[in-house]
Design a protein around this ligand. Structure first.
Ligand SMILES: [Zn+2]
Length: 239
């Protein structure tokens, strides 16, 4: 059996049998992997709480025929405790891990930049660096941008000349008064400015005032359109 070591963040866990769990990990060098953690649900598990969602771990993985197996897990950073005590941070962390899980599809693909983005966002949540919702929404937009879905927000996507006050998600950006299509919606200036700041990670703009609900809705719609399925954790916050 071959072994490999990597740094990873726990995205999701699912029960397996009586005492085991399948752990979905986003690793720095091996993409997204699913591996069995044996005995992890026993009270005296040797893994302790290190394989819970949002935990950043150094793992030793044994490649199995069907599923890989977690052989060792050492804590690198325990964001979990700081995140779990703040409900808004917890909700945003769920948005982050769900989006990462949906976005990174191919197992074993190189995902170093996506990995760094997840770590950066969870770290910011744990430190209460900014409003949790803004951290989660900015993560969603930046992760999608990294995957190639960057909105064009400076000039109209049709004429490329004028500024746009309308946004068409399907067309991938803003449209001007003259060119806007029927699916494009008019976006208030503040919401558009905040939406652009979420994509750029511009915290000067984002820390200045709470996120406009229109900007929040745009993130949810942009995510659903390009991931081709809703980000359920975002819907939950809004419901
Ligand atoms: Zn135009």
């Amino acid at each position: 059996m071959s072994l490999y070591r990597d740094e990873a963040v726990v995205l999701r866990t699912a029960k397996l049998g009586e005492a085991d769990r399948i752990i979905t990990l986003l690793t720095r060098g091996h993409g997204k992997i699913r591996a069995v953690a044996k005995g992890v649900r026993r009270i005296k598990s040797r893994f302790g709480a290190r394989l819970e969602p949002f935990m950043r771990v150094d793992v030793l993985i044994a490649e199995g025929r069907s599923l890989d197996v977690v052989s060792q897990a050492e804590s690198v950073a325990a964001y979990g405790a700081a995140i779990a005590t703040d409900y808004a941070a917890y909700e945003a962390a769920n948005v982050i891990v769900e989006t990462a899980d949906k976005l990174v599809n191919t197992e074993h693909e190189q995902t170093v930049r996506q990995y760094r983005l997840v770590i950066g966002a969870l770290n910011a949540l744990a430190k209460h660096a900014h409003a949790p919702r803004a951290i989660g929404d900015s993560y969603v937009m930046r992760a999608l941008a990294l995957a190639g879905w960057t909105p064009r927000l400076t000039t109209c996507v049709v004429c490329g000349q004028r500024e746009g006050a309308y946004l068409s998600i399907a067309a991938g950006g803003v449209m001007c008064e003259a060119d806007h299509t029927t699916d494009a919606r008019r976006i208030p200036p503040l919401a558009l400015r905040q939406f652009a700041a979420l994509v750029d990670g511009d915290w000067t703009v984002l820390d200045a005032e709470p996120l406009d609900t229109v900007a929040e809705q745009l993130v949810e719609d942009w995510g659903e359109y390009y991931l081709e399925r809703p980000i359920r954790s975002l819907r939950l916050i809004d419901s």
